[in-house]
Design a protein around this ligand. Structure first.
Ligand SMILES: Nc1ncnc2c1ncn2[C@@H]1O[C@H](COP(=O)(O)OP(=O)(O)OP(=O)(O)O)[C@@H](O)[C@H]1O
Length: 575
């Protein structure tokens, strides 16, 4: 991946904050200038002392430099930290925006825990790039150049010695930096991996316990944490090698300058005050060199983080569309014609020339053995995936021609294991139709037989249902999902095995509900239990990616062997 693209993205984040960066940078520089003036001012104090002049002026100058240096420096720091928080905020906003618009096939390939760590952990590293990274680097360079200029004014020979030492440090740091970047990238990957392992455990918390797998999973998370620690240590190790070399070189330069300078003072070719000021400047080099190394490291960390953020931002995403579509309530008709579909070039074929029609209104059922490709029909209709060949039309119009948001706003979708989201029951119900009227909520609750549940709950509709609706029973969760889809007043309701977790009484009621809904809209239901769909207007029998028969329950009992077999195993054959 080209570095320039990472830099471009990095500066894209800074653009809205460039004034703050400038202000913070200028304040920090003023602080540095004040710091830089101190040895010179110290020299004037010493000289005044030696020449028995008034100390008032030089001491006041020195005090002012100390106060300005500290005050302005602190203010500059605050401005930069504030800007850093702003950058993290906008990076998180844009990353989350992108993430939620990613296409389903891309998200299939990603690990949720790793995605989470990119939003929470990687973005925080951006803060340091500009506060500790770029600004500190600039101010360190300024300090270094300033100190070198001052030293040049004082003594050329001593400066040469110092520069020779700096050259050694510079080349060493140059060698270490690419390694720091690689290690920083690996450290971030390791943190993401740990997030992914942890997420896996938390998603299957009960199964982990029931399988007695706690120890193994603790070890797996621990292993990922150890990896993250080791990678972090590698960065720290490389940074300290660079840091200690800078420090040692400064000490070496100090001793040499002291020796050579001392000899020259003894020979009378150098003033003591100049040697002291020179040595002070030499010490001034140590801090900026450390700062420079720290700054470089932060920039490397930031670049590694930006690379991980870019990986997500560069994935194909759906176009944002905030148009409010008024799709009406007229039932929609659907047609699959010669559809060929597989989930990826290297995946087996899922739909092999699938053609069938769902007329507007009424109840159509999709049945067939597991893996026949029934749920994939819904995934294609929602345009989560694109078919490789053939056409799918809604109301006679190719779904690729519909604005995505308009297409989806006419669909109610209850997926297999439809999730209930953490939040209140009300939030879950109005999730797909936020502006819905109270009366509509109660009408749908009555339809899905959820009124009893609501009256039993301590806070009614405002009761929190827990992560993934854990405080509800399986059947209740499923009915909540159906109610949610119905509140969208869909033109086409897609129910994927919607009744599999309901008890016999509720299933019967729901069958009535589906029949009722089918008088108002088009209902396409996937059912394993044929009992739910025997009354359907039309049943499409799928097997191994093909449509093998279409008809009513009665017709199929006589015409289709597979259907008869399915019915026989479910005790549905007429006696
Ligand atoms: N996201 C996916 N990525 C890759 N392959 C998938 C994906 N979803 C489903 N498949 C594969 O596609 C095939 C058809 O799956 P599909 O869910 O459509 O079948 P189904 O008829 O609904 O089965 P079931 O009744 O068991 O839910 C299966 O072999 C499955 O492994």
């Amino acid at each position: 991946m080209p570095e320039t693209a990472s830099w471009r993205l990095l500066f894209g984040y800074i653009r809205p904050h460039r004034r703050a960066l400038l202000l913070g940078g200028v304040l920090s520089l003023i602080g540095s200038v004040a710091g830089l003036a101190m040895p010179l001012l110290a020299k004037t104090v010493i000289d005044a002392f030696g020449e028995q002049r008034s100390l008032l002026g030089p001491v006041l100058g020195l005090t002012a430099a100390v106060l300005v240096g500290a005050g302005v420096g602190a203010l500059g720091r605050y401005v930069l930290e504030r800007m850093g928080e702003g950058i993290v905020y906008s990076a998180r906003r844009s990353l989350v925006d992108r993430m939620l618009r990613l296409r389903v096939p891309q998200v299939d390939q990603l690990k949720p825990g790793d995605l989470l760590s990119r939003v929470t952990s990687d973005t925080t590293l951006l803060r340091a790039v500009f506060t500790d990274g770029v600004v500190e680097t600039i101010s360190a360079v300024f300090m270094l150049v300033g100190a070198i200029v001052m030293m040049a004014i004082m003594d050329g020979l001593l400066l040469l010695i110092t520069l020779a030492v700096l050259a050694v440090v510079g080349s060493l740091v140059g060698l270490v930096m690419p390694r720091i970047r690689r290690a920083a990238m690996q450290a971030q990957i390791a943190v993401g991996e740990m997030g992914a392992v942890l997420d896996r455990v938390l998603q299957a918390f009960r199964t982990v316990k029931a399988s007695g797998a706690e120890e193994r999973e603790i070890a797996a998370v621990g292993e990922a944490a150890r990896e993250a620690r080791d990678r972090g240590i590698a960065v720290a190790w490389l940074t300290s090698i660079a840091g200690i070399s800078a420090w040692l070189s400064a000490q070496l330069a100090f001793v040499t300058v002291l020796g050579v300078g001392g000899a020259r003072v003894a020979a009378g070719t150098l003033e003591v005050s100049s040697l002291i000021a020179f040595l002070l400047y030499l010490f001034y080099l140590v801090a900026p060199m450390g700062q420079l190394i720290q700054g470089f490291t932060q920039v490397q960390n930031g670049l590694a983080a930006v690379k991980r953020i870019r990986e997500i931002e560069e994935l194909p995403a759906e176009e944002p569309d905030d148009t409010v579509y008024h799709v009406g309530r007229t039932p929609a008709g659907v047609r699959f014609e010669g559809v060929v579909f597989r989930y990826g070039d290297d995946r087996p074929i899922v739909h092999d020339d699938v053609s069938f029609e769902v007329p507007a209104g009424g109840l159509t059922a999709l049945v067939g053995p597991s893996g026949a490709g029934k749920s994939s029909v819904f995934a294609l209709l929602e345009r989560f995936y694109e078919q490789q060949a053939g056409t799918i039309t809604v109301d006679g119009r190719d779904i690729r021609q519909w604005p995505l948001a308009e297409l989806r706003s006419g669909l109610g979708y209850v997926e297999q294991d439809a999730p209930v989201l953490d939040g209140t029951l009300r939030e879950n119900l109005v999730f797909a139709a936020p502006g819905v009227e109270e009366a509509d909520i109660w009408r749908v609750l009555a339809r899905t037989r959820l009124e009893d549940l609501v009256s039993r709950l301590p806070e009614g509709l405002e009761t929190r249902v827990g992560h993934r609706g854990i405080m509800l029973s399986g059947g209740e969760r499923q009915r909540v999902a159906i109610a949610r889809a119905l509140l969208r007043t869909p033109r086409l309701l897609l129910l994927d095995e919607a009744t599999s977790q309901l008890d016999a009484v509720n299933e019967l009621r729901l069958r009535e509900v589906i029949a009722e809904v089918a008088t108002e809209t088009t209902v396409l239901v996937i059912a394993h239990r044929l009992s739910t769909v025997t009354g359907a207007d039309r049943i499409v029998v799928m097997e191994a990616g093909r449509v093998r028969a279409v008809g009513t329950h009665r017709e199929l009992l006589t015409d289709d062997d597979l259907y008869r077999e399915l019915a026989a195993t479910q005790f549905l054959l007429p006696t």
